[in-house]
Each structure stands twice: as C-alpha cells, then as structure tokens.
Design a binder for this molecule. Structure first.
Ligand code: FES
Ligand SMILES: [Fe+2]
Length: 397
C-alpha cells in the first residue's frame, strides 16, 4: 500500500460545488456580467511600485476587461497614482505604451500637457477656448492603493471595500517578501481561451504528475506522497492558497547540480537553506515544502518560493480570449555564476509554463461546444470549487 498524504484544509469549505456547470459561463452575456459585477468591483494588481523608482516614473498598463488603458505614475510628491490613459481634450491616448520617466505628459494630438500628478498644466492656443475649466480637466483617476510592493486599482465609482478589507487576513502576512526579488523575465501569450479556464490551470497540483512528466518529472511528491496531495490548502473569503509538496527523494540531474553549485535552487525549489520567511509563505510550516500557490481573486495567481516568486495575470479580452502574462522574479544575483544559474531555471520555467498553456485552447473549444456540460472536481481541485463559489457570490450580491 502506498502512503497517502492527507491534505489539511483551513477556512470555510461549505457551499462548494464539486460539479461546475460551464454552459452559461462561456457566453458573451455571462462575460459582461463578470465584467460589471466582478472586475469592476475587485481590487486588481497591475504592477509594482518599485518599477516606478523616481518622481515622474511611469508605465502603461492595458486593462481591456475594464475597457481602459492605465497610466501609472509616481508624482513629484512620491505618491503612486493611476489614471485613465486618455487626454481630456478629445480622448486621444496620452502615452502609447511602455515605461519611462517624464516631468510631464504631452498629448500628441494638440499638445495639451499634464503633470505627473495628473493636473492639466498647459492648453495650447488657450485663448481660442471659451469657458474652459482647466481645474476640472485633469486626467481621470482610478482608485489606487499599494500593498507591500504591489499596485492595485479598483474600477468602481466608490469601492465597497478598502484594499486591506479585500485582502483580509493575508494583508499582514507577507511583510517585506517582494523586496528580496527582482524581475528577471516576462512572458506574454494571447490564448483562445476563457480567463476562468486559464486561471484554473494554475491553481491545482493534480496535473503536475501528468502534464509536466517530461519537463520536471520528480520535483514534487515522491515516495512519501506519490499522488502529490497538497499538504495544506486555505480558503479565504475570496482568495485562496495552498502549499506544494517537495519530493525529498529527488535526485539532482548533473545540470541541476552544476547550477545550484553556482546559484540557489529555483525548480526544484527545495533542499537549500531556508531563510526566515514571512508567516504567509509556507503558512503551515510544512517540512517538505516546495512553494505556495496563491490566487488573488479574480485573475492573479502568484507562486511564492524561497529565493523566487512568479506572478501570473490572466487579462480577459473577451469571453473567448485571454492575455496571459507571466513575470518571474528571482533573488538578486551577486555574480556571473548566479546569473548563469538564473538562465538555466528560466529556460526550465518557460517550458513548464508552455505546457500549462497547452491544454487551454482545446479545453475551451470542447467546453464552449456544449459536449461536456460540467467540470468534475476532486478535493485536490478545491481551489477551482472556491473560485466558482466566489464568482457566484459576486455575481449575485
Ligand atoms: S486630444 Fe489631446 S490635445 Fe487634443
Ligand atoms: Fe502546471
């Protein structure tokens, strides 16, 4: 008889459905309800405050689900703000794309100019306008709050909850975690798949034994946990997290042995020194811990490891299309050996990510055809049950 690791569940597991009806979820009408009832009321992470190092630093972030483009800027007062990236004269896009640092933002159409705090500073040929109230024509702001290093926006006229309320218990559990890492790569893929399916692919470990059998065959589970049951899962009001199990019997391949001689472990993530992690990371302090998976509902999934983390954003474009962005953050390298080691793990990470993306289009095609009316979920897929429960609540509230 093989050993079975029993998952420890924490949180409210009531009201979960094990069979999820997908019929109406892949319709344009349902997507419009998701847009208004979920995405317009949620706090959505859109980037990092540390990517805006000085006054005037900015980046542009497209947010098709809210039908907008955002200009995120650090003002001369040091505060991070986000605005709709739209000139208030006739609605031209103020900054096309990208990132940089500017004292002011001039529109390419007729030259109206805005400060980094969003005020309308200059109207060209101003005396030709009658009754222009420049004070009321600043860039249109969107509610913005920063947690740890993450910038969140909320598209509601008046958000029903503060970001602290929205994040709940997790708010105080990740102090300083993001400061340890820097972004080393960013992958962007548009898939012909609904955003829910894309999120779901990254919030269960059941698939890892099969989908990732060639790329990372024995990096989880092992003899002590052959089915790779998650040791710990926790459901919050909206978000959830679980820990992934390491395989203590994993044998390093020669290439792995070489790169961890010169750098730190990323995939597999375990077996190295374990620094003091904030209480939210490996929250159950599981002995054979590999990394955590955290879904910030609705559409962000973070993998939190020791020495690294990954951020995944699933940007709905419409009911059938999603832009998936994967940003990889590793420990800051101190020498050439650590940089080289980073590259090895980046190429392995890319392969695993592509495998995860690989099922989405086929799955979407089948589920939108109506051949299968429901998803059948295991206890190891409880994160998916919870995701659809939260959606139900937000759509009905
Ligand atoms: S639309 Fe921007 S200045 Fe006219
Ligand atoms: Fe995966």
């Amino acid at each position: 008889m093989s050993a079975k690791l029993e998952t420890t569940f924490r949180g409210d597991t009531g009201q979960l459905e094990r069979r999820i009806s997908m019929r109406e979820k892949l319709t344009a009408a349902y997507f419009e309800r998701e847009r208004e009832r979920i995405f317009r009321r949620a706090w959505l992470p859109i980037g990092h405050a540390s990517h805006l190092p000085e006054p005037g630093s900015y980046f542009v972030r497209e947010l098709p689900v809210l039908k907008t483009s955002l200009l995120v800027v650090r003002g001369q007062d040091g505060k991070v703000r986000a605005f709709h990236n739209a000139c208030t004269h006739r609605g031209n896009k103020l900054v096309r794309s990208g990132a940089g640092c500017r004292k002011s933002f001039s529109c390419g159409f007729h030259g109206w100019t805005f400060s980094s705090e969003g005020e309308l500073k200059l109207v060209t040929d101003e005396h030709q306008f009658r009754d222009l109230d420049k004070g009321a024509l600043g860039l249109r702001p969107i509610h913005t709050q920063v947690w740890e290093d993450l910038v969140f926006v909320n598209g509601a006229d008046a958000p029903g909850e503060s970001l602290r309320e929205w994040l709940g218990e997790m708010f105080d559990e990740y102090g300083g975690y993001f400061e340890q890492h820097e972004r080393v790569a960013s992958l962007r893929i548009n898939v012909n798949s609904n955003w829910n399916l894309a999120v779901n692919s990254f919030t269960e470990g059941y698939h890892t034994l099969y989908l990732h059998r060639n790329s990372v065959p024995d990096y989880q589970g092992g003899k002590i946990n052959p089915d790779r049951h998650r040791p710990f899962m926790q459901l919050f009001k909206r978000h959830h997290r679980y820990s992934a199990p390491a395989n203590p019997d994993h044998r390093l391949t020669p290439a792995e042995a070489l790169v961890i001689k010169y750098g730190k472990r990323i995939i597999p993530a375990f077996g190295g020194e374990m620094p003091a992690l904030p209480p939210g990371v490996n929250p159950s302090r599981y002995e054979h811990w590999a990394f955590d998976v955290v879904q910030l509902y609705p559409n962000a999934v973070f993998l939190f490891g020791n020495n690294w983390h990954i951020e995944l954003f699933f940007g709905p474009i419409d009911v059938d299309h999603t832009e998936v962005v994967q940003d990889l953050y590793y420990y800051r390298p101190k020498n050439a050996g650590e940089r080289l080691s980073h590259q090895f793990f980046l190429s392995r990470g890319r392969q695993v990510f592509l495998e995860d993306m690989n099922t989405l289009e086929a799955q979407h095609a089948v589920l939108s055809s109506g051949i299968l009316s429901h998803l059948q979920l295991s206890q190891q897929e409880m994160s998916l049950m919870h995701h659809y429960k939260v959606s139900r609540e937000m759509l009905d509230e």
